[in-house]
Design a protein around this ligand. Structure first.
Ligand code: F6P
Length: 363
């Protein structure tokens, strides 16, 4: 029987667990015995480049990588084949759709299937390439937990753990100095990391994009705590929370999305401008939330995702994305998977949980 060739790539921002997915794919392909697995370096860029950058992924190459953060085949958020940046001699960047060329090249290189491990942006690319005839399977990844067709993705639990560990440290120093501590966490337009951290860490105030907050409510919550003799306040704020209805961040040339960040600092300034008495300090956690070794749950989920993705390739189930729904690994169509963004709904049970233990959403 002719040996089949599988191409694996990781796209978008990295996330703890990517290596465990790659290992799951490679090991299950090896036990099938009829597939060879290759990795495209830096998402599709490894294929797009004139001199391709493709590495053969063998069991020995992936041995032990499930405990490592990042991705051994690298990633980028600047290689969208539907709008690919090219720089002219004068330095001007133009964007062209090179997807037809890419699909042709992947087929010419003899690949029978592609597994694209990435977030919503990457899976929208998977769907577009699938429509152009590429036999592709998606594996969801994001620390933000913003994909609606899966209950959770690997990376999220690790990010929440990292944020909670940092928050715990801020609580003790807030206590010593009677300060107001603001911790800004990632999550893009969803407040999942902030909400989970607020409950796990015991925040007094949790500010998320889905629940617009009012500065005067935040101030009165802080004052109430000081009046009640609890002389410190810990606030967790999601990077996508809006200050006076405005998203805080900037869009640089070539970026697909606004780079969020800075709302914690803006909140501090606003509190100080209002003459708040206690000192306010801000910690922006940033990419620490995406780095390092994945927690056990994420390693397990990522491995199960990798195994499932390979099984889908074996069965020829293309145009679909792996999911985790009601404690079961399953799959759904890519078109359904990218339809809706997973915002925190006000009716979510964790909003109620947080409120009942006294967390204020500043609204
Ligand atoms: O989507 C993951 C994420 O870490 C977001 O939480 C954050 O807004 C963004 O990526 C940061 O992107 P970059 O690594 O490009 O700065």
């Amino acid at each position: 029987m002719k040996t089949k060739k599988l191409l694996v790539l990781t796209g978008g921002g990295d996330c703890p667990g990517l290596n465990a997915v790659i290992r799951g794919i490679v090991k299950s392909a090896h036990s099938n015995g009829n597939w060879e697995v290759y990795g495209s370096i830096e998402a599709f860029n490894g294929i797009i480049k004139e001199k391709t950058e493709i590495v053969k992924l063998t069991p020995s190459k992936v041995s032990g990588i499930h405990v490592r953060g990042g991705t051994i085949i690298k990633t980028t958020n600047k290689g969208n084949p539907l709008s690919f940046p090219t720089q002219s001699k004068s330095g001007k960047i133009t964007y062209t759709d090179i997807s037809d060329k890419l699909v042709k090249k992947i087929k010419k290189l003899g690949f029978d299937a592609v597994i694209n491990i990435g977030g919503d942006g990457s899976q929208a690319i998977s769907q577009a390439l699938y429509k152009k005839g590429l036999p592709i399977i998606g594996v969801p990844k994001t620390i933000d937990n913003d994909l609606s067709s899966t209950d959770v993705t690997f990376g999220f639990t690790t990010a929440v753990q990292i944020a909670t560990d940092a928050f715990d440290k801020l609580v003790t120093t807030a206590h010593s100095h009677n300060r107001v501590m603001i911790m800004e966490v990632m999550g893009r337009d969803a407040g999942w990391i902030a909400l989970h951290t607020a409950i796990a860490g015991g925040a007094e105030i949790c500010l998320i994009p889905e629940i617009p907050f009012k500065l005067d409510v935040v101030i009165s919550e802080i004052k109430k705590r000081y009046r009640n003799g609890k002389g410190f306040v810990n606030i967790v704020i999601a990077e996508g929370a809006k200050m006076g209805g405005k998203i805080i961040g900037k869009k640089a040339e070539g970026d697909q999305n606004i780079k969020l960040g800075g709302v914690g600092l803006q909140l501090r300034k606003a509190l100080e401008d209002q003459g708040l008495e206690p000192q306010v300090r801000v910690t922006t956690l940033g990419h620490i939330q995406r780095g390092g070794t994945p927690v056990a749950f994420d390693r397990i989920l990522a491995t199960a995702f990798g195994v499932r993705a390979f099984e889908m390739a074996e069965k020829g189930k293309y145009g679909r994305m792996v999911t985790y729904v009601n404690n079961k690994v399953s799959d759904t169509t890519l078109s359904k998977a990218i339809k809706e963004y997973n915002f925190v709904k006000k009716s979510h049970y964790l909003i109620n949980t947080a409120k009942k233990i006294g967390v204020s959403f500043g609204n």
